[in-house]
Design a protein around this ligand. Structure first.
Ligand code: SF4
Length: 309
């Protein structure tokens, strides 16, 4: 039995096959690092998650170019995932060159662009619209690192934009018919069970296409990691049981049509300070599946009255 709408199931029903993400590093930066809205980045950020990404400047790619490619899936079975840093934070002509090249590459079924909601402009929305019209056979997704709806936590993690900016971006993407996939972190300092559930219920109401759930990792060479090493007693690092419980609640509280792209993240083994149990990703996912089964939680089971939140 399927307890939630997984990315694999979504691909099968939508494309009739499995798709694989090919992480791309297009040499972007981030306004939260270059001084525009901050210099030290989000406190948990070790550099924009582009560790395994292929350097990309619009060149034609083949499978052998992809790092950690064990799939041999063939042309048309990859998603060009603009992953590293903020991928709409550049002049529109540069973005057009990169996105146009990836959408024209037979390797990719479509592209997914990881970015921040405060890094859009009329010009960029117009570009997305034009690309969509030029490539009706390909998809364009936008991935937004929201992490939480709670302003107090957002200030602590130095996210650098208020929730209203995210809402405006979602409205604009809705108007263009471009799906948004939203990243949420579970285990943020001072966030209660109710706080986490409130975030996913909000996302169900506002209408997003997909979600990536991610455990808070304490990484070396981040401000969060340094603070944790100096004062571990100030932090409550989630146990696996707590994470499994919270994730199951989130799944139950998500609208049924939202695709769950990820249930936990990959912590870089060398950089991860805590929680170390998260390195065994298979075990975590199995535990979540088990929790859903024994508690008979299916996606949306706690999401009945959309207006009553
Ligand atoms: S917005 Fe993304 S890339 Fe920029 S500092 Fe935060 S997590 Fe890192």
């Amino acid at each position: 039995m399927e307890y939630y709408r997984s990315f694999a199931a979504y691909c099968k029903e939508t494309f009739g096959r499995k798709l694989y993400r090919a992480a791309l590093d297009a040499g972007m930066t981030c306004p939260n690092r270059d001084g525009t809205c901050g210099e030290r980045g989000c406190i948990f950020c070790a550099g924009g998650s582009g560790d395994f990404a292929v350097q990309y400047n619009g060149q034609r790619l083949c499978e052998d170019d992809l790092s950690f490619n064990h799939h041999k899936a063939g042309n048309g079975n990859y998603i060009g995932y603009f992953q590293a840093y903020t991928n709409t934070y550049a002049p529109a002509d540069k973005l057009e060159h990169l996105f146009e090249a990836a959408l024209s590459d037979p390797l990719f079924a479509g592209i997914s662009i990881a970015t921040r909601p405060d890094c859009f402009s009329e010009e960029i929305y117009a570009l997305l619209q034009a690309l969509k019209e030029r490539h009706p056979d390909k998809f364009i997704w936008i991935e937004l690192g929201l992490q939480t709806i709670h302003e107090k936590t957002a200030a602590y993690i130095r996210r650098g934009y208020p929730l209203s900016v995210f809402e405006e971006c979602i409205r604009n993407l809705h108007a263009l018919g471009i799906p948004a996939i939203v990243h949420v972190i579970i285990g943020l300092p001072e966030e209660s069970e109710e706080d986490v559930v409130a975030t996913v219920r909000y996302l169900s109401r506002i209408g997003i296409a997909g979600i990536k759930l991610q455990l808070l990792h304490y990484l070396r060479d981040t401000d969060l990691g340094r603070e944790y090493m100096a004062h571990p007693e100030r932090f409550h690092v989630l146990t696996m049981e707590e994470y499994v419980h919270l994730t199951a609640l989130c799944i139950g509280s998500l609208a049924e049509d939202i695709v769950i792209h990820r249930l936990t993240g990959d912590g870089n083994r060398e950089e991860l300070l805590a929680p170390l149990w998260s390195l065994d990703k298979r075990r975590v996912i199995n535990a979540i599946q088990h929790e859903l089964k024994i508690r008979q939680i299916t996606q949306g089971i706690f999401w009945q009255d959309k207006n009553n939140i």
